[in-house]
Design a protein around this ligand. Structure first.
Ligand code: MG
Length: 203
């Protein structure tokens, strides 16, 4: 199983990081050791002073595919949830400046909390799904898939040109505006439309 993450996929988030608008999907990988399941606590690592939350919709791949045409990409996932793409922003800034890979800032243990999956059939259209993240009861990030630069289908098609997708692979589809640092004691709750699918504490 692999975790593939899309970066810079919501315009307002690209602006808040002063990044350029990508011409094609930007992706990177996290190892399976980054997964944090069952609402287990996230332990703040000591190598960063600026761990940011990025709430994202996560797709679970349900069949093997290579060079998937965009028009058939919807057949490659049945379930979705919300997850957090934890990012050591201080480290990422250094890596970006030096033109180095992002893994040091993105792939560490516990950097990919993931919620309970639900059927995508609960939603009428994939391009109109709201999601948000609350910290200590206050909404800090709010997004809707109608703001995606690259749709779920486009992402699946694009990635599969380079990497064979396998059953159980996970795709984090990008974060909306409002990223920020977490601290010990924070309680994070992530929702897909009105349904809370992920809740955990920072320790
Ligand atoms: Mg992200």
């Amino acid at each position: 199983m692999k975790i593939i993450c899309i970066g810079q996929n919501y315009l307002e988030h690209i602006k808040e990081l002063n990044s350029a608008i990508p011409e094609e999907p930007v992706f990177f990988l996290k190892p399976d050791t980054a997964l944090l399941l069952d609402n287990k606590p996230f332990y703040l690592p000591d190598f960063s002073n600026d761990i940011h939350h990025e709430v994202e919709i996560v797709l679970k791949i349900n069949r093997v595919g290579k060079n998937i045409a965009e028009q058939f990409a919807h057949k490659y996932f049945e379930e979705i949830t919300v997850g957090i793409d934890f990012t050591a922003r201080d480290i990422q800034k250094v890596q970006k400046t030096k033109g180095l890979p992002w893994e040091k800032a993105k792939a560490f243990d516990g950097a990919a909390p993931m919620g309970k999956f639900v059927s995508k059939n609960k939603f009428q259209r994939m391009n109109n799904i709201g999601f948000h993240l609350d910290i200590n009861g206050k909404t800090v990030q709010k997004g809707n898939t109608n703001d995606l630069l690259f749709s779920f289908d486009k992402i699946i098609s694009f990635i599969s040109q380079f990497i064979t997708l396998k059953i159980g692979d996970l795709i984090y589809t990008g974060t909306p505006v409002g990223v920020g640092a977490v601290k010990i004691g924070d309680k994070l709750e992530a929702y897909l439309e009105g349904e809370k699918l992920l809740a955990f504490e920072v320790k």
